[in-house]
Design a protein around this ligand. Structure first.
Ligand code: Z5A
Length: 231
């Protein structure tokens, strides 16, 4: 793969791709489909998620999704997500990239900016400080923001849940989820070099094809080889 080597290493650093979006946008589904395409292209890939992805962070996941963070307030909740991210970055994401693996991550620091920052009104300076400590220079190479109307995402999530209870974020109302969508669109506008908005209001294979096109265009090493056809 053609990415530059990690400092002090001969192995080229892997690519880091994050998936973002509101409830039921299809992130988990699309991560699996992209991992399949990358495997077919012989790219060594791991799939992970936030909150979670490492043993300590999975404990934090259980805590925050149980709703305890909501009781403590948005700043404390942001701190819990940051603690989980610190464990995840240092134990899994960083070492995997250094070994040349591509990392596909279901949510990352943009989720904290949107959920706790925009919707929870946590000061941006505090979130910047958390990012400096937890992720430092480990910025995603590409962030795919899956965009669906709030009603579509909530209906998908409710269908999947069946009779089970909604978690802490699923339980928020439609207005929260509409503001979430707007906040994600602003993240894309503010970071056009890193983020791409994907229209995810379509069937799974159509969305997967849109994502694959973006990924191929972004990473030269995946571009379809034309030499054979030209001979
Ligand atoms: N959070 C935070 O506040 N701050 C942070 O820093 C971080 C996270 C990192 C984690 O929840 C919560 O933590 C999250 C933000 C907060 N809360 N919310 N909401 P999670 O990990 O349990 O859930 P999620 O990240 O929101 O994902 P999700 O609800 O599981 O949705 P998804 O991954 O985007 O969708 P999916 O599982 O792929 O699909 C949902 C259903 O729709 C499923 O039945 C699919 O079969 C179906 N589906 C998928 N694609 C389609 C299409 N194209 N058409 C029709 N149906 C589809």
């Amino acid at each position: 793969m053609a990415s530059s080597p990690a400092p002090g290493s001969a192995t080229p650093r892997g690519r880091f791709i994050t998936f973002e979006g509101g409830e039921g946008a299809g992130k988990s589904t699309q991560i699996r489909l992209l991992a399949d395409r990358l495997a077919a292209a012989r790219v060594r890939t791991i799939v992970t998620r936030e909150p979670g992805g490492s043993p300590g962070a999975e404990v934090m996941r259980h805590l925050v999704l149980s709703g305890v963070g909501k009781v403590l307030g948005a700043e404390a909740e942001a701190l819990l997500f940051a603690a989980a991210r610190d464990d995840h970055v240092h134990l899994l994401i960083g070492p995997s990239l250094s070994r040349g693996l591509w990392v596909l991550c279901d949510r990352f620091s943009d989720s904290t900016r949107v959920y706790q920052g925009v919707l929870g009104r946590v000061d941006t300076a505090l979130i910047d400080a958390f990012d400096r400590v937890t992720i430092d220079a480990l910025r995603p190479d590409l962030t795919l923001v899956l965009d669906v109307p709030a009603e579509t995402g909530l209906a998908r999530a409710a269908r999947r849940r069946g009779g089970a209870a909604a978690d802490r974020f699923e339980a928020e109302g439609h207005d929260f989820h509409r503001r979430l969508r707007d906040a994600y669109r602003q993240v894309v506008s503010a970071n056009p070099d890193r983020c791409v908005l994907i229209d995810a209001d379509a069937d799974e294979q159509t969305v997967a094809a849109r994502i694959w096109q973006v990924v191929q265009e972004r990473f030269a090493e995946l571009a379809p080889r034309r030499e054979a056809a030209q001979l």
